[in-house]
Design a protein around this ligand. Structure first.
Ligand SMILES: CC(C)(COP(=O)(O)OP(=O)(O)OC[C@H]1O[C@@H](n2cnc3c(N)ncnc32)[C@H](O)[C@@H]1OP(=O)(O)O)[C@@H](O)C(=O)NCCC(=O)NCCS
Length: 374
């Protein structure tokens, strides 16, 4: 078969590789486990171990894993200094991409592409990325950097490093659940970018930096930030129906609805809707939840479209006092484990990813001397 015959714009429907890490067929599963069950019965640390190692950890394996990740948390002083010199208002995803590049210069295994070195690097990034996100958040607001505390879980530590106060167990668990649901999603754009980069036998940090660049776009991770903008634009529960109908009449998309694969709803959205509502009730401010409910009803009635993961997640983070600019970086904090698992899998059985293109340029022609060109 010629390559032209299997051309599909956006690679829609194309099987671009094999993976044993996750599938979206018949509901999202990580290494065979339904994500709904993992969100109920596991922690993000267990899920991170599962994605990187292939199996859920035993209690001693989990304890060792947590120790390794905790010990890797410290970010180099050079990165903290660099964060202080960046222009005000630099996009937080751009800063994170730069931070991963800087971390590569200080990692003892940067150019070692062996399986074990890649697992070590992935564990270090799991520890360092939340610290780098929080450090940039604080520095860019003229605040002192807060260092992680060894006695806190990674979720509690992240909220502590942002807010400067110990979060409630409910807040830490809600963040944990969202990280479980964000951790992995088969051959999405950023994961594919990571696989393309490492297939050239480049390194893990370069693959993660490329994936962060891909995730930033509003058709991918960036959608969760637009959801919050639109939700605020919809106003109140009283104005939300008219706002939604007007948007649909103008053929504008409402971010957080619809999915290329999940046509009967995204289970991740259902789980996070409950978390978002509980978090809002804990603050006593439920207006956004009510507004979102109205929009959901109108979208289902008018378009038969159901929410995807991005719809409730912004509200959950908002109720936890997290600014919108943190939404996509938090996505990275979790997805770095999925990306790393894919890099490791790709390199374990590598073939350079190099597709062909259908040529649409001019037919063959000859080069005229410069003097005779118009
Ligand atoms: C995710 C998405 C790209 C999937 O799209 P898709 O399966 O290729 O579906 P299509 O783009 O072909 O849309 C099918 C129909 O539903 C409509 N539609 C799809 N998503 C819509 C949305 N979020 N808001 C309004 N209408 C939407 C389209 O306008 C189209 O309507 P039409 O048949 O009257 O022209 C799309 O639903 C979308 O743009 N959603 C908003 C962005 C988002 O939430 N992204 C995060 C994804 S996890």
């Amino acid at each position: 078969m010629s390559t032209a015959e299997i051309y599909s714009p956006g690679l829609e429907g194309v099987l671009a590789g094999e993976t044993a890490i996750s599938t979206v067929e018949g509901g999202l599963r990580y290494r065979g486990y339904p994500v709904t069950e993992l969100a109920e019965k596991a922690t993000f640390d267990e899920v991170a171990y599962l994605l990187l190692q292939g199996e859920l950890p035993s209690a001693p394996q989990l304890a060792d894993f947590r120790t390794r990740v905790r010990e890797a948390q410290a970010i180099p002083e050079a990165l903290e200094e660099l964060l202080c010199t960046l222009p005000p208002g630099t996009n937080s995803m751009d800063v994170l991409r730069t931070s991963v590049s800087v971390l590569a210069h200080f990692d003892p295994d940067t150019n070692d592409n062996s399986h074990t070195a890649n697992v070590r690097k992935a564990e270090r990034l799991l520890g360092q990325i939340p610290v780098a996100i929080a450090a940039n958040y604080r520095v860019s607001r003229g605040k002192q950097i807060i260092r992680p505390r060894p006695e806190f879980s990674r979720e509690a530590n992240f909220l502590y490093m942002i807010h400067g106060r110990e979060p409630s167990p409910a807040e830490a668990r809600a963040l944990d659940v969202s990280l479980i649901l964000y951790a992995e999603h088969e051959f999405n754009a950023s994961t594919f970018a990571a696989r393309v980069v490492c297939s050239t036998e480049s390194d893990l940090h370069s693959s993660i930096a490329a994936a962060i660049g891909a995730l930033k776009g509003r058709l991918h991770g960036g959608a969760n930030e637009m959801v919050m903008e639109q939700l605020h634009a919809a106003g109140t529960p009283e104005t939300a129906e008219k706002w939604t109908l007007d948007m649909l009449a103008r053929k504008e998309r409402i971010m957080g609805f619809g999915h290329r694969v999940y046509k009967t709803g995204d289970v991740r959205a259902r789980i996070l809707k409950v978390q978002a509502r509980q978090a809002a009730e804990a603050t006593g401010q439920t207006k956004l939840e009510q507004t979102a409910e109205v929009i959901e009803k109108v979208m289902e009635r008018e378009k038969k479209l159901l929410p995807n993961l991005d719809w409730p997640i912004g509200r959950l983070y908002h109720a936890m006092g997290l600014e919108v600019s943190l939404n996509t970086p938090i996505f990275v904090m979790s997805r770095v484990v999925g990306w790393s698992a894919h890099v490791i899998e790709q390199l374990n059985n590598n073939r350079l990813i190099r597709p062909r293109a259908r040529y649409t340029g001019p037919a063959v022609r000859t080069v005229k001397p410069l003097a005779s060109r118009k």
